[in-house]
Design a protein around this ligand. Structure first.
Ligand code: G3H
Ligand code: 13P
Ligand code: ZN
Length: 339
């Protein structure tokens, strides 16, 4: 078993100057596709479950699939991460279940829709940090709200992260990693044109990294939405009109400036939809669903392996031995005593 805290994986990534993809999962084929990609590329990996995923699959089903992945692939450091926890209660439950990392998304209220005020964000994030660090578990926070500058969600410019506030937020909460809103959004419809500095604010990452060189930065909504996958889906009977995603070169620029965790969900979903549609359309007489689910697993594997190479995590699985959560807890205690 090679379960590891996210803090250790991101610390190692900072030392090595690379980024680590955090891939969303809802089912066995996605988890297996990710693990096959991790073995193929010798990568450490962050496997993450949203609240939606936990309610789709059921907490225990999802958790045990993830634990099975860690057991089957002992040479791969695996982080089990709760994505977008909407309240301290959600995060505490994930920690008690056995997740090694949680995101407390206090940028939004518990309804996961309404932008929250800064003091609320500090209070809920600090509460989760106290509970998590006492158990050696990592915490990611978020500042600014996702939604994109041009898609009408959120309130545009004012929801971008404020670098000065980022410095204060980290000091007051003690988060291990900070997600910063720079104009991206979740899903396949991020930008209606190739993003430039006006709609994808990479300069904010550079500025925050200058002010917080030791804190791990996180990019959400970082699927690239490859035109080739969209074309394949539509050629096999789909009808989607996806826009532009986040170009891989922009993510690589972020990695040069402190981005250590890159959230990718949509690209996996697109790869699976393309593979399943092609499998079903290509063999209309096939009635065994494994024909399509095998294709799904392979589609996931291919896109994840490509991202692992592009983010630079490939080849780093064996760089270090996983520290236990107990050891991580001792480290948090020691740092607090020094501070
Ligand atoms: O948090 C963002 C991910 O894309 C998860 O989406 O809630 O539909 O699983 P989901
Ligand atoms: P995408 O929708 O761009 O894949 O973003 C996923 C994400 O940020 C999950 O938290
Ligand atoms: Zn996200």
């Amino acid at each position: 078993m090679s379960l590891v805290s996210m803090r250790q994986v991101l610390d190692e990534a900072a030392t090595g100057g690379y980024g680590v993809g955090a891939f969303n999962v809802n089912n066995m084929e996605q988890i297996q596709g990710i693990m096959e990609a991790a073995r193929e590329t010798a990568s450490p990996v962050i496997v993450q479950a949203s609240r939606g995923a936990r309610s789709y699959a059921g907490d225990r089903f999802l958790l045990h699939l993830m634990l099975a992945a860690a057991e089957e692939y002992p040479e791969i450091p695996v982080v089990l991460h709760q994505d977008h926890g909407n309240s301290p209660a959600t995060c505490l439950r994930a920690i008690d279940l056995g997740f090694t990392s949680v995101m407390m998304d206090g940028s939004l209220l518990e309804d996961a829709n309404t932008p929250a005020d800064y003091e609320y964000n500090v209070a809920v994030t600090r509460a989760v940090v106290e509970y998590a660090h006492a158990r050696g578990v990592t915490v990611e926070g978020e500042l600014g709200t996702l939604g994109g500058i041009e898609d009408g969600v959120g309130s545009g410019e004012v929801n971008l992260v404020d670098p000065g506030q980022a410095v204060e937020f980290v000091a007051r909460t003690g988060v291990d990693a900070l997600a910063v809103a720079i104009g991206t959004s979740h899903g396949a419809y991020k930008f209606s044109r190739e993003p430039d500095g006006d709609i994808l604010a990479m300069h904010l990452i550079e500025e925050i990294h200058r002010r917080l060189p030791d804190r791990h930065l996180v990019m959400h909504g970082s699927s690239s939405v490859p035109a080739g996958l969209v074309r394949r889906i539509n050629a096999a009977g789909g009808r989607i009109t996806a826009g532009y995603g986040v170009p891989v070169e922009q993510i690589q620029r972020g990695i040069r400036h402190g981005v250590r965790k890159i959230n990718v969900d949509t690209d996996g979903r697109l790869a699976i939809t393309a593979a399943v549609r092609e499998a079903l359309a290509g063999e209309p007489a096939e009635w065994d669903p494994r024909h399509a689910t095998k294709a799904a697993r392979q589609g996931m594997r291919e896109v994840v392996a490509e991202r692992m190479r592009q983010f630079g995590q490939a080849g780093h699985a064996a760089d270090y031995l996983p520290l236990s959560l107990e050891r991580m807890r001792e480290r948090y205690v020691a740092t607090a005593a020094v501070a």
